[in-house]
Design a protein around this ligand. Structure first.
Ligand SMILES: CC(C)(COP(=O)(O)OP(=O)(O)OC[C@H]1O[C@@H](n2cnc3c(N)ncnc32)[C@H](O)[C@@H]1OP(=O)(O)O)[C@@H](O)C(=O)NCCC(=O)NCCS
Length: 291
């Protein structure tokens, strides 16, 4: 128990209590005693009138006006001139990609006809068939990505359907690279979850750590507008952030090796794939442990 003689006497200078409200049950505290000369001095310095230990609201709004002075009044007419930064045209020239007002989103079976049209960018023997689009967009639509454009229209015109400009279609495989088996259309895929041919898995392998891209294509009239680059960059970023794979693999012809290397893919030499006549190079982008 503390010695009562150690308690501060009324004559001792107390702490600076300006700004503190008195506690109604603190009878013996200096704040509750309006006759206390020290308290009166502090309250008077703070501009507070006390009654029975409580501060009185004198109904004077002067204090509020003082607070208001901290705010800068903005004249509406001046405000129009002020944010000129926000109304300046973009610092870069509008690119051909900007003109498409592009947006990317996952594909679904509702986009099959769009994909068939985009796939015409490939020579006939390298195209993915309609049945393969149905299969891949049914089994693993989450591994796809489409870049769409919406034409600018007048206000009273009905909203048009977005046009698919480019796509990426992929499946999973357990090997480190794209294989002919991973590109095949499994028979009975709608009734069987797994398909093996000659001991090899065929088609999409659900648990595979490699995402095998089977198609990156852009409508011929929109090639050279950075659509392909935007799609693959966006795709890599999505897969990396989702942390759903160890690597992304693709096969490409020699002339596109620098294109893929610029996004982090590494060339692994000639591919064993004979799809579409062969002559492919394996390219792999490893995510590594730092993801
Ligand atoms: C390959 C493809 C997807 C590229 O898409 P894109 O939108 O035309 O490409 P981008 O505008 O983003 O091009 C970016 C860079 O890629 C390179 N590039 C694009 N197409 C190329 C080609 N056919 N050959 C060589 N380099 C090419 C260029 O260096 C270009 O750089 P630049 O803009 O400085 O000229 C597209 O041309 C296409 O669909 N081709 C037919 C299908 C195909 O071959 N797909 C690849 C399967 S592996």
């Amino acid at each position: 128990m503390s010695d009562p003689s150690e308690r501060p006497s009324e004559s001792m200078p107390g702490p600076d209590t300006s700004g503190l409200k008195p506690l109604s049950n603190a009878e013996d505290m200096p704040l509750s005693n309006p006759s206390n000369s020290e308290l009166s001095r502090i309250m008077s310095r703070a501009g507070i009138t006390m009654s029975n230990g409580f501060p009185l609201d004198d109904g004077d709004d002067d204090d509020e006006e003082e607070v208001d002075e901290d705010y800068v009044a903005v004249d509406q007419e001046d405000a129009n001139d002020f944010p000129y930064w926000f109304r300046r045209p973009p610092t870069h020239h509008r690119t051909k990609l900007d003109e498409l007002h592009p947006f990317v989103q996952l594909l679904s079976v509702s986009n099959i006809q769009d994909c068939v049209e985009v796939e015409n960018a490939f020579p006939e023997e390298e195209r993915c068939s309609r049945d393969k689009f149905i299969y891949r967009l049914t089994r693993c639509p989450e591994l796809s990505l489409g870049l769409f454009t919406l034409p600018v229209i007048e206000e009273d015109q009905p909203k048009p359907r977005a046009t698919l400009v480019g796509h990426i279609i992929a499946t999973r495989t357990s090997g480190p690279c794209v294989t002919d088996g991973s590109m095949k259309l499994p028979k009975n895929w709608s009734s069987e979850r797994w398909t093996f041919e000659e001991g090899q898995a065929v088609g999409h392998e659900e648990g595979g750590g490699t995402i095998a891209i089977h198609s990156l294509a852009v409508l011929p009239e929109h090639q050279g507008k950075q659509v392909g680059s935007t799609l693959i960059k966006s795709y890599i970023q999505r897969i990396r952030e989702a942390q759903i794979a160890d690597r992304i693999a693709i096969i490409a012809h020699d002339h596109l090796i620098p294109f893929y290397e610029s996004f982090g893919f590494e060339s692994r030499g000639p591919s064993k794939c004979q799809f579409g006549g062969g002559g492919w190079v394996d390219l792999v982008l490893e995510f590594g442990p730092e993801q």
